[in-house]
Design a protein around this ligand. Sequence first.
Ligand code: B12
Ligand code: SF4
Length: 472
Amino acid sequence: MKVLLIQPAGNCEKLSSTLANHSEPLGLCYVAAYAKQQGNDVQIIHQITESDDKIIRMVEEYRPDLVGFSTMTYNFNNAIAIADMIKQTTPAKIVFGGVHVTADIESIKHRSIDYIVRGEGDHTFSELIYAIENFASEAQLRKIKGIVFNDKSEIINTGMPDRITALDSLSFPLREGLLVGEAKYVRHGLVYPAVSKQRRASINASRGCLHKCSFCTSPMQWSYSQEYRSAKNVVDEIELLIDKYQINYFELRDENFTQNRTRAIKICDEINTRGIKISWYCQGRISDIIKGNFVDTKLLENLKAAGCFEIEYGIESGLDKSLERMQKGITIQQTQKVVKVTQEAGLVVHALMILGFPWEIKQDLVDSVCFARELEVDKYRFAFFVPFKGSASYEAINKEQIKDKNINNWTTDTPVVSLKDMNLSELHSFRNYAYTAVYTTSFYERCKNKAAIPKLKETYEDWMNFIRTLVV
Ligand code: B12
Ligand code: SF4
């Protein structure tokens, strides 16, 4: 079958703060690779790099039998708009996948969506393609786990698919033409190698997470479990990307790379044993580095020795009461300790903070920003709290507090939930204050001269210029 896969754009791409986030759409690249392995002809469009006209032209020329969309909440409406256009001009079946529709199965009521694929889509999508190609009956479709479709006036939901445990059996993602470093992607960042010299790729060494933070959709999407690829398989992919595309910077996109330390160390060892010289970053968790009195400096040293230069930690808040309510399972003292040892290990710390949990008031936000500032890390991201469908927060929130129901704005860069003493516009201004507070000139000068990461000096100016664009 001829399959066209589209990663739709949305408001997120219009906001400068997320320019830093452009990367190949890994989920879609995985789904594409599996569908191709099953004998289908597959093409991918990443909409941020193409005009709407080009998409329509491509549909007319390629004449797909099936078009698939990957959805987060903020790009869902745009995906629908493109699907509507495609439906008007072709008989192609339309399939929606990704985290948004996994949580919101009512989306199937949109007239342009024929099928939804929920959760981990690799196997399910290919089973569905096969079924469509062979004119499967409704009874046969009901046997495919992980899909939603309409049957007359009834919504058929076959439940979540089984998790794929043998991740090594999946082909590497289909990334042709989608790698950042090609001129069409824009990017800023405090990274090494510097942005202009960077050839970058994303990698997933595991899927899922074992925690239950209330604002996160991971528990719903991956059914509270984490599955791993072998170290050999991960490093084979790294080597292939170096050989084929000269990649020199890797983003390990696991939700939580440090969750299983034995496996993280195995990957580091494999990189070192093969003599691979690369720079990479990963997402870690404070509670993986500190457990009671034990602080895992060995893990940090291993990461550093294998070329990791940065860890992103979900620090979220500077208030223990908020951390407790969001079920983060960490304290601010633990965060302070872990940030310190991570910096001592010579790693850049990227602090991810969330502003405006529904129970907070302005003073809480001020305290949280003061805490963040005192951490003195190199990189900060202040996201707004958003009660995504599929998260525990969505179930818990008083829906009256959601003041912006236009999901195009649900990017986490725009406030959508008001607080007792702050409206949306005040929250928006507060984020400028937060960025200004943490990136003051004197602080920046101090960072720039840090001995631990001298290689980064050349990129500080670019990074700070970018940050200034956020604060205006
Ligand atoms: C890594 C990550 C990123 C990376 C890379 C994202 C990317 N484009 O690949 C970066 C840092 C760039 C990023 C940015 C953002 N992210 Co993010 N991100 C994640 C994270 C931690 C893992 C995603 C991932 O790579 N998973 C691994 C791959 C293999 O899985 P997958 O993408 O889900 O794809 C599988 C299935 O969903 C399905 N599938 C996906 N698409 C399709 C399409 C079809 C047709 C089919 C059949 C199946 C299918 O099959 C895939 C393979 O099994 C998730 C958390 C999570 N639980 O998913 C958040 C998450 C997806 N991000 C989120 C958000 C909000 C964002 C931002 C909007 C935040 C911001 N303002 O910066 C931006 C959007 C930028 C963008 N244009 O992508 C939210 C989305 C919530 C929602 N409902 O919208 C999540 C769920 C985190 C959360 N808060 O709970 N993100
Ligand atoms: S926020 Fe991070 S640690 Fe918490 S459930 Fe989501 S992925 Fe896991």
